[in-house]
Ligand binder design. Sequence first.
Ligand code: ADP
Ligand code: ZN
Length: 643
Amino acid sequence: MKNKQRPNNRKIISVGQIIGWLAVFAIAVLLFNKPGAKEITLDYSDFKHKVAAAEVSDLTIAPAMISGLYKNEEGKFAPFKTVRMEDPALVQELTAAKVKFKAEQDRSWIGNVLFNVLWIVLLIGLWWFIFIRPQRSDGKSALNFARSKAKMQDPSKQTVTFKDVAGCDEAKEELEDVIKFLKNPKKFQKLGGKLPKGVLLYGAPGTGKTLLAKAVAGEAGVSFFSASASEFVEMFVGVGAARVRDLFDQAKKNSPAIIFIDELDAVGRRRFAGIGGGHDEREQTLNQLLIELDGFESKQGIILMASTNRPDVLDPALIRPGRFDRHISVPAPDLKGREEILKVHAKKVKLGADVDLKQVAKGTPGFVGADLANVINEAAILAARGDKEAVGKPDMEEAIERVIAGPQKKSRIISKHEQHVIAAHESGHTIVARLTNHSDPVHKVTIIPRGQALGYTLQLPLEDKFLTSKSELLDKLCILLAGRAAEEIVFGEITSGASDDLNKTMSYARKMVVELGMSDKLGPVALPNGQDSEVFLGRDLSRHTTFSDELARTIDQEILHLINTSYARAKDIISKNRAAFDKLVSTLLEKEVVEASEIDEILGLKPAVQEDQAQPDASTPIEEKPKAQTAVRPEAKQAGLFD
Ligand code: ADP
Ligand code: ZN
């Protein structure tokens, strides 16, 4: 989450400001040089003629210049000036012609000095307005763009600890190392601990990444520097890089310390490799960040932490070993996590006896920490507005609705109906995955959103595989399509939720037919396929067909055939096991996460660890023979995720 209370005047100058001040400047110039009525410059000879004809008046005679009025062609008096010449007779002639005249000291001495001083004062004033004034409110006098605007928090004022962060125990556990290291870098090294350097926290906005980083600093008792990556990218090229440098310098002076960079993806996006170049400023900033990352030794007692909700778009160079090489997921909290987070925040308010936080947690699927903090806060405001002693149940309910209706959160928060659809969809994947013979064991299924997915079924393979059989691929197609099949069976309607599944199905089916020779009609042929070739501009233009239209049609037919039969099979499996399926759906809705053992229980299968055949319970009709399932190897590489 971005820090919302950051005052706006922190931004040094915006383009608008500059334009505004330039306008003021221009007006000032115009005022100073205020031209009077048009003044004509006469030749001295003309001037002398006019003196003789008494056609001048009101003269001002300065040492270098004569000015005044002259009679023009229309017979009207108009201003003129002329350069004064050595002419001792002039005064006599003027007196003779009865012309009114006066003498004046030359302005070029004092006048010019004054004039110039005025300009200098004006310029200084302008400079003060633009550069100094906007920063004074910060207590900083820096005229420096290059200064990092990072905020430092003193270890003594560090009040956030792990107690304040709930519902992400795994992330906390992983961060223990970092704390140990920061507390005593030397000892940590002596024990042979591998020094952490950069830690990347990733997860949806509001899941508590910033809070976690702060808590690490709090637990370790070190300084905490935080900056938002988007602040690095300002209007001038090079500023971002200078700020990064400055940030690291500041941190080094205050080590041990944590540097926390929020929204790392703002600078850390994959550098554009194609024609046309990328965003110069952003790239320079990123490069500087990489330089700093490589340049400091973690011995110096500095840990870099960063957060992002798009780890997938980060430049690979950033997450290489030796840089941000520890990746810690900060997921949206599950039911229990939500309850714990509510408890943390409820400490700050007085709760009525009728409020059951567990119940509140149940009613807030999809809420992240920031949302829950918001719920408690809103409820407290509502209670205060009603002059109540404590926050009551109605306040809580109203607050939840307010947070749901809040404009920015709508997309993430899930309605009851949607939750039902997601549960059915995932149950479809799960049941089919469990009941097909050649698929990987189901590890767990959840309807807690993660990344772009609204829920997922996690399968972990028993061993690393190098070969995949046709049966396995057919099962995979069936599992992929089972989500959509389940939606159709339960609701008689399908949703957009399966689009990713469908994409994957298509690419698997295509691969089977075109590359792996697994189609009955085509036989063992592999056909050239431009799809997986390297990405370069104009890829599509260069894709040439080396096979006939006839063959292309057969390929399409075969792909469709594979997909349609798999879909029918998925529907069949679900329908034949409808009772177990429904039970899984309701269990999922209640608990949000269902582990392997419970899935087996619901399906009436023996627990997973058995040797060869886990036999179906005689009472439950199981369409396909369940496969052998052994303990899951957690380190298994190729996890199957079905959104
Ligand atoms: P992120 O950095 O992931 O966007 P923040 O750390 O800024 O999220 O979270 C914003 C606020 O939401 C925190 O200040 C805290 O009040 C609340 N919050 C978020 N996650 C949690 C959590 N796991 N436990 C307690 N409070 C949380
Ligand atoms: Zn799906």
